[in-house]
Design a protein around this ligand. Structure first.
Ligand code: ATP
Ligand code: ZN
Length: 306
């Protein structure tokens, strides 16, 4: 599909979701409200994605949609993905500075220099808060986690599969390299079963993250060569431009080293995560089965609303 046709296909699906009142426009690309039905489909996908990992007896963790700026900086987000980042700024000035801020607002001037960096940033991937919480030596029965939450990425787009605010269900494994890689293999078997059960077409492939700039291109190539990232791609806009609905990442010792996490044998921990894009899965379902859930196949609704 040509870039122009792809853009039209994106806009067409988004318009259909707006018209069916499944997504609620906000005036900003990638920032939408969700209807009760949309949310119910999303929660069903999340419950199924969570249940798929229950056999591993994960420790469940919930976090706010923000991480400490120390974590945001430690994981090198600004260095690697400055184009996506969302540090939070706030006002910390005195009355005089406030008058200046209000003046700028009244004059419709840029007021960014009236604001200061706060100690928090919007979470870019919901597994990020898990790793710093594990600093130290893991116990024998520790190392498998499950979390879900909102993520922010500044990638405004008319594509309803590419949002600025979206949720991920992430399963995380921290342990020896063998434990992490074996765990990833288990998920490589599990993920297709879930996608098949909800009637989505897909293929899997090795992939890379959108590291920024020239140095970033090298990192992307190396990530792909080492097969660190696998994606399950759903052809919502055709086979040539499929969208990743699920990803599995092997981080090697990256987070273990950064946050001082060690295995029960005192070796530096390796880690991996499996992330389900929940809005992406929900939109893919509406694209595949139609915007009226009453018309969806029973086999699919049985999985979503068991
Ligand atoms: P890591 O944790 O290693 O940084 P991750 O696996 O959490 O990476 P991604 O692989 O980039 O992060 O994203 C995981 C899933 O989140 C994707 O497969 C996709 O389904 C979903 N996702 C990513 N970006 C968006 C977006 N802009 N809008 C909606 N869903 C998204
Ligand atoms: Zn992750």
């Amino acid at each position: 599909m040509s870039p122009d046709d792809l853009l039209l296909a994106h806009a067409d699906l988004r318009d259909r979701l707006f018209a069916a009142k499944l997504l609620i426009p906000s005036g900003v690309d990638g920032l939408y409200g969700r209807s009760a039905i949309f949310e119910s489909v999303l929660q069903g996908v999340d419950a199924a994605a969570y249940a798929l990992g229950l056999a591993d007896e994960p420790t469940v963790m919930w976090f706010p949609p923000m991480i400490p700026r120390t974590t945001f900086e430690a994981v090198d987000y600004l260095r690697n993905f400055p184009q996506l980042c969302g540090p939070v700024f706030t006002f910390t000035g005195d009355n005089k500075a406030h008058s200046e801020l209000v003046r700028r607002l009244d004059e419709h001037e840029d007021y960014s220099s009236s604001l200061e960096l706060s100690e928090v940033a919007l979470t870019p991937a919901c597994c990020y808060p898990v790793y710093p919480s594990l600093a130290g030596q893991l116990g024998e029965d520790e190392g498998i986690y499950s979390t879900m939450g909102y993520c922010f990425r500044h990638e405004p787009s008319v594509d309803p599969m590419r949002l600025q605010a979206f949720r991920q269900r992430e399963h995380v494994r921290v342990g020896t390299p063998d434990q992490v890689l074996d765990w990833r293999e288990v998920w490589v078997d599990r993920i297709p079963k879930l996608l098949e059960s909800i009637g989505l077409e897909f293929r899997s492939d090795f992939a890379n993250d959108p590291f920024f700039g020239r140095a970033g291109r090298l990192m992307s190539m190396s990530q792909r060569e080492q097969q660190l990232k696998i994606e399950w791609l759903v052809p919502v806009f055709g086979e040539e431009d499929p969208t990743a609905c699920v990803s599995a990442n092997y981080h090697q010792n990256h987070f273990g080293e950064l946050f001082g996490i060690t295995t029960p044998d005192a070796a530096e921990a390796h880690s991996g995560c499996v992330g389900f894009g929940l809005e992406r899965c929900a939109v893919a379902l509406f694209a595949a089965h139609g915007t009226d859930v009453a018309q969806w196949p029973d086999s699919v609704t049985k999985v979503i609303w068991p």
